[in-house]
Design a protein around this ligand. Structure first.
Ligand code: DC
Length: 226
């Protein structure tokens, strides 16, 4: 029988880094669902569709086919057949994804694709609505978070390493705004599922967070030896 591990939480909690490591140790597929909302956001930006125009966004997303594949252990996201992995990690695309992912029409097909993926494969899937909406019967549900200050520090350091010019106050403000949008939208807001285990990584390093998640998986009877 296949199993699924759902990891939800705010931006910057370390979901993707940690989920990727857990997937390697467990021998399952890692699905980064945010990449699909980002690919859709890229499509809308390219078409010049304003984020606030729900009707235009809903009409346009019928023309964008977003699919995922796994190549050499890495997820690849395709937008109408084009590999867009290298184009979706910008601040602009992230903000557009955060604003437009509140529209139910946009979420419909993306959620269906994610559910199909988990049907016949062991997966660890991260996002905002995995435990609450996409996989309500997931074997394991984790709500991964960290304080705003810690998440901002991590993001700030990441940007500096990339050589980007930024300051901690504005990075903190952007994270607060993103949290507010993701948590207060009407459709599939970011909330901790009732049966999710809370893992706060504010005082943990990556290894400790990975171990905390594996411990929950073992407790819940996931059939792997990590
Ligand atoms: O995890 P991320 O930063 O790549 O996600 C970008 C945006 O996509 C996020 O701000 C909200 C949206 N998103 C969502 O609504 N549901 C998901 N399961 C994943 C992401």
């Amino acid at each position: 029988m296949s199993y699924s591990i759902a990891i939800d939480g705010p931006a910057g909690a370390g979901k993707s880094t940690i989920a990727r490591i857990v997937a390697k140790k467990a021998g399952c597929i890692y699905v980064d669902t945010g990449a699909m909302y980002r690919a859709m956001a890229l499509y809308l930006l390219r078409r010049g569709i304003p984020a606030e125009d729900e009707e235009a966004v809903s009409a346009a997303c019928g023309q964008a086919c977003i699919t995922l594949d796994h190549e050499a252990g890495e997820q690849v996201v395709y937008l109408n057949g084009e590999n867009v992995n290298g184009l979706i990690r910008t601040q602009e695309v992230g903000d557009m994804a955060s604003v437009t992912s509140r529209y139910s029409e946009l979420r419909k097909n993306i959620v269906l694709t994610q559910q199909k993926l988990a049907q016949d494969k062991d997966v660890i899937m991260d996002g905002r609505d995995i435990g609450t909406c996409v996989l309500p019967n997931a074997t394991v549900k984790i709500y991964l978070t960290a304080s705003v200050e810690v998440r901002a520090q991590r993001r700030y350091r990441e940007l500096l390493q990339k050589g980007e010019n930024c300051n901690l106050d504005s990075v903190t403000e952007e994270i607060r705004e993103r949290d507010h949008r993701d948590m207060t939208r009407e459709v599939s807001p970011l909330v901790q599922a009732k049966d999710a285990v809370l893992v706060d990584t504010s005082d943990m390093d990556i290894d400790q967070a990975v171990e905390a998640i594996l411990a929950v998986c073992r407790r819940k009877g996931c059939p792997f030896n990590a």
